[in-house]
Write a protein of this length. Sequence first.
Length: 114
Amino acid sequence: QVQLVESGGGLVQSGGSLRLSCAASGSIFSSSTMGWFRQAPGKQRELVATITSGGYTNFAASVKGRFTISRDNAKNTVYLQMNSLKPEDTAVYFCSARHLVMYWGQGTQVTVSA
């Protein structure tokens, strides 16, 4: 069983920064593609960024150049550094791990005020 626990969300002003962390339990972390998704009220969950076990990254067009994703396999943790935040980044952010099946965290709220 894999458990993902996100942290680091909160309230920030437009233009500010936040760093989200996701700590994973279990032995599959290093071989998993890790990702961050987000869901705003009334909208579908959308991909934000992913990072493969080999370190290859992929970003949604809306966050490219502002967000970075990284992983520390020794700590079983994946990070999402979010800079130049905009009000439209406001959402619940979910960590994911894909290894045969998809695992999800419980989500952390990010609110960006104008």
